[in-house]
Design a protein around this ligand. Structure first.
Ligand SMILES: N[C@@H](CCC(=O)N[C@@H](CS)C(=O)NCC(=O)O)C(=O)O
Length: 215
């Protein structure tokens, strides 16, 4: 398989984790989002949205949207299932995942940050305050739910890894990149740390990818 991604991309991170959890071989081509390479015609021909990840599996057209790709991998490949069998547990895992992937992450992607600065003249520091607010809002929802709902276990949903954990970790690592205070979110921190001790998560970490700043 061949994936177009970027070291910092939360969405590509989610797919990278799933590929590794399932033991699937892949190559990743990095699209430079800071340089605007996602808008070049050759990449728009792959994903008209101008966003990573895009995954090629064999000869078919590319797969896009990280949650759709996670479903595809579960439906076509072996290895650990990334959603629970029980419908109610599955709905909860999806709900937690979507707090991140549908309602939090889309608000701080490069195209939104750039638009706020270019179209509205928002100074970078105010744009970053907006990004931090977005993170805090998503993390607060996760923290409240994970610390009070009975379904929470070692992972977001019980004792097995699900979409919810891949999404939670993809948000969590961004707190370091964007300077978000994580002290108010101990349950999220506990689950993120549990996940990041697992090689598939640790090896997929944005800061361990080519192109990432050396810390
Ligand atoms: N909902 C999409 C998000 C895709 C997305 O926005 N990816 C970001 C990187 S995390 C991107 O490529 N952004 C390019 C831009 O905003 O210009 C998914 O989960 O795959």
């Amino acid at each position: 398989m061949r994936m177009y991604g970027n070291w910092r991309s939360a969405a590509a991170f989610r797919v990278r984790i799933a590929l590794k959890l399932k033991g699937l071989a892949y190559e990743e081509t990095f699209i430079d989002l800071d340089a605007g390479d996602q808008h070049k015609p050759e990449f728009r021909a792959i994903n008209p949205q101008g966003a990573v990840p895009a995954l090629f599996d064999g000869d078919g057209p590319p797969l896009t949207q990280s949650l759709a790709i996670l479903d595809y991998l579960d439906e076509t490949r072996g290895g650990p299932r990334l959603l629970p069998e029980d419908p109610r547990e599955r709905a909860r895992a999806r709900s937690l995942a979507q707090v991140v992937a549908c309602d939090t992450h889309p608000l701080y992607v490069p195209r939104v940050r750039t638009f706020l600065m270019d179209a509205y003249g928002l100074p970078k520091e105010r744009m970053m305050a907006f990004v931090r607010h977005t993170f805090e809002s998503g993390l607060k929802t996760l923290e409240t739910r994970l610390s009070t709902e009975a379904g929470t276990g070692r992972f977001c949903q019980g004792e097995t890894i699900s979409h919810a954990d891949l999404c939670l970790v993809s948000l969590w690592v961004g707190t370091g990149i964007f300077g978000v205070d994580t002290a108010p979110f101990p349950t999220v921190a506990r689950i993120a740390q549990t996940c990041l001790e697992i090689p598939a998560f640790a090896e997929s970490h944005p800061l361990r990818q080519p192109g990432a700043p050396q810390t």
